[in-house]
Design a protein around this ligand. Sequence first.
Ligand SMILES: O=P(O)(O)OC[C@H]1O[C@H](O)[C@H](O)[C@@H](O)[C@@H]1O
Length: 291
Amino acid sequence: MNESVFDLPVVKRLSEHVTERLAGELPVIVVDHARVRAAVALQGAHLIAWQPAGQEPVLWLSEATEFAAGTAIRGGVPVCWPWFGPAGKPSHGFARTSAFELVEHSQDGRGVELSMRLTSSETTMAIWPHEFELLLGFKLGGEECEVTLEARGEFESTGALHSYFNVGDIDGVSVSGIGAPYLDKVEETDGHQDGPLTFPGRIDRVYTAPEAVSLIEEPALRRVIEVRHHGHSDVVTWNPGPELSKSMADLTDAGYRGFCCVETARISKPMVSAAGHPARLGTTIRVNASE
Ligand SMILES: O=P(O)(O)OC[C@H]1O[C@H](O)[C@H](O)[C@@H](O)[C@@H]1O
C-alpha cells in the first residue's frame, strides 16, 4: 500500500475519532485523536499503526505488504494464536488471517479503546478442535499503547503479540530486559545472553527467562521503546537480516533495516484456559526520549 492508512477515504464514521476505512481488501479501524493516531485491521485484530502526537511511528509496517484477505500483514502487531511458529498449519496459527468483529469502541481525552472478537466456527474447528472466544483489547493513548489477548474456553494454547518496532537503523539498536537463557532458532542451539542484544545479522531467538520490561535503545531516532510484558513466559526477538529479507516477497530488500521484533510470548509454558478462567497475554508500549 503506497498511501498512508490515515489518508484513505472514510467508509463509515463510528464516532468523532473512530472511522472504518478500506486498505486494499481489508477493513481497517482508524483512530484520529488529538493525542494519538492508530489503526487496527479487522483481519487478525492486527494493530498496524500507533503514533502518539509529536512522535515518529512506533510500529513498523512493510511498504511491500499486501492487504489481501487471507494473507498475513507484515508489520504492526500480528496476533499469533492458538500456536506459535510451525507448531501447526498455518504458521503462527489462524488468528492473524481470520476476520474479527469490532465489539466495542470508546474514547476520552486520553485516547480510544477498541475491542475485537473471534469465535470458533466450522472452519476453525476443522484445524483446531476447540470451541473458543478470543478477545483482543486495544487501549490506544498518547502515552501508552496496550494490547491484551484474552482466550476463553477450555484448552491449552501458545502464541505471541509479535510486535514490529520502527527503528531508524537496525545497526545501532540494542535490546535489554530479555534475560539470559535463549533458544537460538537460526543455529538450533541454546544460548546465554551477556549484555544487551544487538543485530549484526539474522537473529531469531526465544528468551525463556525474560524480565517484565524490555527496552529497545534506538540511537537513530534518539528514543527508548519500553515494552512491558504481561502473562508471558518468553520474549522472542527477530530480525531477518539482509539475505532472508531479499527472499521475502512482503519485505523490500533493505526492509530488515527498519525494524526489530520484540514479541511478548507464551511458548515454553502454554497458556491454560479453563471455564471462568480465561488465559491472558498483554503488551504495553511507551516511548521515552534517550538521555
Ligand atoms: O514470516 P512469519 O510467519 O510472519 O514469521 C516471522 C518470524 O516470526 C517469529 O519471530 C519467528 O520466531 C520467526 O522464526 C519467524 O520467521
